[in-house]
Design a protein around this ligand. Sequence first.
Ligand SMILES: Cc1ncc(COP(=O)(O)O)c(C=O)c1O
Length: 353
Amino acid sequence: MRGTRIEIRPGALRHNVRRAKALAEGAQVFAMVKADGYGHGLTVAADAMAGEVDGFGVAVLEEARALREHGVSTPILVAEGFFDRDELAQARALSLEVVVHSSWQVSLLLEDPGPLRIWLKLNTGMNRLGLRPDIAQEAAGQLAAAGMKPVGVMTHFACADEADDDRSDTQMRLAGEVAATLGLPLSAANSAALIRYPHTRAQRVRPGIMLYGSSPFDWQGAAQLDLAVSHRFSARLIAINEVQPGDTVGYGATWTAAQPGRIGVVAVGYGDGYPRHAPSGTPAAVNGQPTVLVGRVSMDMLTIDLNGIQADVGDEVELWGDEVDVDKVARACGTISYELFCQITGRPERTIA
Ligand SMILES: Cc1ncc(COP(=O)(O)O)c(C=O)c1O
């Protein structure tokens, strides 16, 4: 057995969603399970959180359909809404809540009226999806006149996870004004806002990354936020090599030994979804002992420093999880845990703990 493994922990997902619920203080909690439950498995994540949440959030209709086919009967919010008339019909048939973020969707609805739970998305400064507040108010009137009064308004924060965030307050104020004018519930908070800004909780929160045991913030770790590890990535040592000063390791000879030492070859690479751009110095752990990557990550293998470390061929190396904070690996790679979780391929064995 190669032993390259992702361990998913439903108990940790449940712990984390309860943390989100406690922070939400009575606001509805919609757990974001898009992108295959942030790489945890869509139905694994949904099953783990079922009974704890008011609904689930996905990005696209296929994800919502997969949840319904799995037997999920709670509300499901589709964050990108429908793409065409056929998807609109499916959204109705599957009793989904759809986000309406663009004028072309409003036009399509007016051409094809019918019952639908609509969350009108406001652009309050993210400038990605969403209607400008004045356009949104006009759209809400048109939709109401056609018998499709939206059930809520939502917005998304651009910088709630940034240390110097001078935007979230403005975004929240704008969204709050539209919600008050239309007399509709508001949903704004992602994980970062839910944890950091109590005044953004409004009527519904939409946490994602915190449910998956990762901190949205650079300056505060998941453990400090009392979030449990839900995704552990490990592999085995398949060779141990001696190196002498001046010896290089791996493709491109990017790392050179400064002293005599031992290098461990680990059976995991970018073919498994471990990031190829992880530089020398990226943290890992062997038998509970911290170490670092040396040399380039290749498709099926990577190499680690074993100097001063007790390790034998066959021993387990943790890439992230209990000993190695996924957020530290992400920072070393210049990315975020979201991407690390999502880019794991089908090759590692998956176990549910
Ligand atoms: C519309 C929307 N709401 C909520 C979330 C959850 O964000 P986070 O994972 O940062 O909590 C996302 C994720 O990107 C999103 O796109």
